[in-house]
Design a protein around this ligand. Sequence first.
Ligand SMILES: [Fe+2]
Ligand SMILES: [Fe+2]
Length: 145
Amino acid sequence: MKITDILRAEHSVFHNLFDHIEATVPMLKSLADVKAVAVLIDKVMAPHSHTEDELFIDPLEHCFDQIGQKETFHYEHEQIEETLVKVGRARTLKDAKKLLLAVIAASRKHFEKEERIVFPMAENILKAKTLTDLGDKWMKRRKSR
Ligand SMILES: [Fe+2]
Ligand SMILES: [Fe+2]
């Protein structure tokens, strides 16, 4: 399986998770519960973002450059992680919810951009064999955990 297809499949799982979180977070009554949701999002998304960073930043650098996206790709991953940390530091329930819902909206936008621009670009530039080799590597890493 191509690594880009694996990443797309992960996006669809995250979208389902986000739908659920957006529907339930407004009802949460405790700050600790909102923070726990932020930790959960970080745990599931960080390995995904790190895989993308490892995979795409170097080989696709010149392409990102051409479309003026060189800084934004990695920067958005950092922004998402930092905002999740901020949820953990929030003092009020209202602030925590606001930050959490904002980071979910930002993540959806980020995914949309990857699906529309980054993954097709990777599929154009990297050889089909490279994409499936990376996919195999990803599968092995999962199994060895
Ligand atoms: Fe990403
Ligand atoms: Fe992604």
